[in-house]
Write a protein that binds this ligand. Sequence first.
Ligand code: ATP
Ligand code: MG
Length: 248
Amino acid sequence: MSKKGIDIDSVSFSYRKGEQQLAGITTKISQGSFCGVTGKNGSGKSTFTLLLNGLIPQQIKGDFKGDAYVDGINTRSKPVAHFARSVGMVFQNPDFMLFNLTVKEELEFGLHNLHLDKINKRISNALEMVGMAKYEKSDPQTLSLGQKQKICLACVLAQDPEYIVLDEPTAMLDYTSSLHLYKILHQLNKKGKTIIIVEHDTDFLLQYASHMIILAAGKISLQGKAQAVFSKTLLLRQSGVKIPRPTV
Ligand SMILES: Nc1ncnc2c1ncn2[C@@H]1O[C@H](COP(=O)(O)OP(=O)(O)OP(=O)(O)O)[C@@H](O)[C@H]1O
Ligand SMILES: [Mg+2]
């Protein structure tokens, strides 16, 4: 098994007895790839993202089988704090991440926790990138949902992790902001960052993703290079995924 990248090996997971949210998941997210994850509501996408930094099985209770490795290190073997440095997560619900009094403190909190340097520079750059520089002193709770999501994204960008995991980051963004987000991710990917993004809008995925994972009822129904996956229209339809419009 090559050391770099995230390897998920025969993982099954259930939050409660008698259910199975993920079943027999085996995949490799190569370092430097831009990996899109899609599938119907409840297919297990958010649960899947929690495997990528050890939150499952370290902090989220349930029945976990199999193994996950970040750069060759088994996520069972070290605390989540170990993986936080290399795997940054933007959660589906921004309210889970925001609890400080100002936007600046929100970003500072994560940077202090990871013992990172040049904190002010990181904060101003990240807020600039997401177009939220003028909200530095605002109370995050007074922002709109889309603005909160941009702050969560800025928190992760400021930390500059190797792997950036985003769970439906465009769900609350307007079209221009979504496009802007994909341009930022594309630039980061070109610089070598690995992007893992959960997204329902397959048009964005066709345009930007190098690899795709399609989830259906907790199983991978299709995976591989994005162009190849998106050419399998019958399987996509069976998985409840919108066939993307070809890019010109
Ligand atoms: N904390 C939890 N406790 C118990 N069951 C959960 C929990 N979180 C999710 N589930 C269940 O796991 C299944 C998969 O949920 P998950 O959130 O991973 O789906 P998803 O593909 O991200 O859906 P969506 O597109 O709506 O975000 C669902 O049936 C859901 O009810
Ligand atoms: Mg989800």
